[in-house]
Design a binder for this molecule. Structure first.
Ligand SMILES: [Zn+2]
Length: 332
């Protein structure tokens, strides 16, 4: 049967091509080999698809298939099935329930998720989608709590125009640690399982939303250094996750990014200019940052500042409310 269906699909692609429409980079091709639905219904189906699929794709991650086929079937035992790239609709159900198509499509796509929660607090919203049936409920709670605890502070401190509606997706197919794009943060289910205490991934990633620098505003090391500086400053449990800023050594450079750069920034704030990082962050957002910014703000070039740091890198570090003396003499 499958062989027969796929042959029909191949043949009908050409016939149905006129119903293929592009919307926000998504393309729907309706396969209706037995002409069960008329053009008006196909237009309605396409409209509903254009509403629902981008929402689904946003939660599904950037790997979502952008070319989607919708097959009208008279053998499907249920109303419809919906996955990335492939929707199958029961023709009998559709003819009787065309007004319910959009709602049903949304329900079927959400079936790919284990859970979807919408939480609102004091003007901030978080939609939390889990695709991991084994997600530890404590980890879920901690991720949500950290968002509501930290994100409003970051918005208030750095960028009041940041979105107040954020989407978290815990995805089993995503293999890195986490990433932010638009108002969405993708978490690796595998990483969170292996590192359940690393809850301040939320702090680092939500800072990327607040940063919102857009393209080519500044170097990546600076963006990531600021995000880890903010994790250091606003993190809720850096001690619990054993996250710390590594001591200085001569092999380092400020371009090493992340925690190495973040420690340099802590030192700059304490020894050169309080508020420097906040100013640089604002400049990056306004696309006004360049290498001259360091000279204007500190009277020194960036390499001069790094050299000064290297000469006397000691700095007291405070993690999540507890003080650890760091005299930079500890062996790495
Ligand atoms: Zn980052």
């Amino acid at each position: 049967m499958f062989k027969k269906i796929s042959t029909i699909i191949l043949l009908s692609v050409f016939v149905q091509f006129s119903f293929a429409q592009r919307n926000q980079g998504f393309k729907l091709t309706i396969l209706d080999t037995q002409n069960k639905v008329d053009d008006k219904q196909k237009t309605k189906i396409t409209e509903a698809f254009n509403v629902v699929y981008p929402e689904f794709a946003r939660a599904d991650g950037y790997r979502t298939k952008r070319d989607v086929t919708l097959e009208i079937s008279d053998v499907l035992p249920e109303s419809m099935t919906a996955q990335a790239g492939k929707i199958v609709v029961n023709s009998n159900w559709l003819l009787k329930n065309s007004s319910k198509f959009e709602k049903e499509l949304r329900v079927k796509f959400a079936k790919n998720w284990v859970s979807s929660d919408t939480i609102k607090k004091k003007g901030y919203q978080l939609v939390f989608i889990s695709k991991d049936p084994n997600l530890d409920q404590n980890v879920k709670k901690n991720l949500i709590d950290t968002y509501f605890k930290v994100y409003p502070k970051l918005v208030k401190t750095y960028n009041k125009n940041s979105t107040k509606e954020v989407l978290f997706v815990v995805d089993t197919a995503y293999k890195a640690v986490a990433e932010a794009s638009g108002g969405r943060i993708l978490f690796s289910a595998g990483y969170m399982k292996a590192h359940p205490t690393d809850i301040d991934v939320v702090t680092h990633e939500t800072m990327h939303i607040v940063q919102g620098y857009g393209y080519s505003a500044g170097p990546v090391w600076l963006t990531e250094g600021i995000a880890d500086y903010v994790r250091y400053k606003f993190g809720v449990d850096n001690i619990g996750s054993k996250w710390s800023l590594p001591n200085y050594n001569e092999k380092q450079n400020y371009t090493n990014s992340y925690r190495i750069t973040a420690r340099f920034f802590v030192w700059l704030e304490k020894n050169i200019k309080p508020g420097l990082i906040s100013t640089l962050d604002a400049q990056l957002r306004a696309h006004q940052y360049n290498e001259q910014s360091w000279i204007t703000l500190t009277d020194k070039t960036l390499p001069e500042l790094w050299a000064a740091y290297g000469k006397n890198p000691a700095v007291d570090l405070t993690y999540s409310g507890k003080e650890i003396k760091n005299d930079n003499k500890a062996k790495l």
